[in-house]
Design a protein around this ligand. Sequence first.
Ligand code: HEM
Length: 163
Amino acid sequence: MSFYDAMAWLEASPLGHAMRDTGLWTYSVVNLTHILGVAMLFGSILILDLRLLGLWKQVPLSALSAPVVSIAGIGLVVALISGSGLLATKATEYVGNPFLYIKFPAIGLGLLNIWLLHRSSAWRAHRVRALEPREESQLRRMGGVSLASWLTAISAGRMIGYW
Ligand code: HEM
């Protein structure tokens, strides 16, 4: 199945029909939901990433990580679900849009980075003890990758509509 076929399948799916056939407000409300999800994800993760990069060292990482991970997780799920609806509306029209091919790998990199962060010994250790300099620099790198990938996803997502 080619990428175009997958997009044609998504467009013809019940989700695509629901997005197009349930009234004028459907797309706008789903779009608003998408942006609220993105705002929750990025707004919270920005604080954590800047902390990992070395700002506000007086704030304990262990006090920040639990609320940030909860809010960012909810925002991510909201963005993924509403984004699928937006894409299904006119999926075939996005084939060939270069910003889509920037956005999805950026989201993939952001998710891979979250997975690696949670698996790292430094992240597990931050809840129970002070981190060694080597662990702090590992988390700093991951904070930088996170910031770069979500900023790229947001910028490319915004640009999709202007192509
Ligand atoms: C499965 C995941 C996702 C899909 C399928 C998806 C799909 C889409 C689509 C189709 C649009 C509308 C483009 C247009 O204007 O025609 C959009 C907009 C956008 N997306 Fe996503 N998205 C997803 C996740 C995300 C994530 C995780 C972020 C950010 C971290 C994001 C950021 C944005 C932004 C900033 C816009 C612009 C909204 C606007 O200008 O009103 N998206 N997305």
